[in-house]
Design a binder for this molecule. Structure first.
Ligand SMILES: Cc1cc2nc3c(=O)[nH]c(=O)nc-3n(C[C@H](O)[C@H](O)[C@H](O)COP(=O)(O)O)c2cc1C
Length: 228
């Protein structure tokens, strides 16, 4: 039952709207242990997994649409949607592999290294090119806010993939500046940010370290300070 103190009582059955109702459903009584919250536990357990550890199946159309729907829930000033994802899978992976190989040769890599780069495109069940559409002349939303919206969408996308049981990693590298790759993916005014490789974690993938055993890159207190 919704808490009787809830000021939004009339719409309390809408879990998406009423924070007091959502909190009343939580199994935990304190926020000191975020792992005890089912959604936060999923978010906290996401980690990136490189292409060599990805196997079939990759996400199908319905799963990709679910991830895109969550990406579209990220904060986005003026709803500019300054990002796009181009899905590469099936036979298209071979075309991407050829472009990766050529980019490697153009960058002066030897043939073995070029083949290795091509293999990255062939191996991932699904690869998404991440494109930015930054409107530099927007009267309200400066470029940095649009980049932030893209980052939020990307994080949401990866979190949704993880929540649905898929693994993957965002990758960029010097290739994003390679003209043939830019031409292959970008429309007018678009920037190639990189690629998200997606699939299922191979059985032989390194096991995820328990959260408690991971070295945190920062503590919550490092990024959360009272002001003034
Ligand atoms: C836009 C962007 C580009 C990235 N490019 C690379 C890359 O080229 N190579 C790489 O090893 N990691 C890259 N990363 C970092 C990984 O995606 C990942 O975040 C990092 O390995 C940390 O792993 P974690 O996500 O499990 O914390 C990139 C991240 C972002 C957001």
């Amino acid at each position: 039952m919704p808490p009787s103190s809830c000021v939004r009582w009339p719409i309390c059955d809408d879990v998406a709207v009423c924070g007091a109702f959502r909190r009343s459903l939580l199994p935990m009584t304190t926020f000191d242990d975020p792992l005890s919250h089912p959604v936060l536990a999923v978010l906290l357990s996401r980690r990136s997994l490189g292409v060599k550890h990805l196997v079939e199946p990759g996400p199908d159309d319905a799963a990709l649409r679910a991830m895109a729907a969550v990406a579209l829930r990220a904060p986005d000033h003026a709803e500019l949607v300054p990002f796009r994802f181009r899905v590469v899978r099936g036979a298209a992976r071979e075309r991407l592999a050829a472009l990766f190989e050529q980019a490697a040769r153009d960058a002066g890599k030897d043939e073995a290294a070029a083949q290795l780069d091509g293999e990255r495109a062939r191996r991932a069940p699904v690869t998404l090119a991440v494109l930015a559409r930054i409107d530099l002349g927007h009267p309200l939303v400066p470029a940095h806010e649009q980049w932030i919206a893209l980052g939020g969408a990307l994080a949401n996308f990866l979190d949704a993939a993880h929540a649905l049981g898929y693994a993957g990693k965002m990758l960029s590298g010097a290739k994003v500046r390679q003209p043939a790759l830019q031409a292959a993916f970008c429309g007018a005014g678009e920037t190639l940010v990189g690629w998200v490789a997606l699939g299922t974690a191979a059985a032989a993938a390194p096991p995820a370290k328990p959260l408690a055993a991971r070295r945190p890159k920062a503590e919550p207190a490092d990024i959360l300070r009272p002001w003034p």
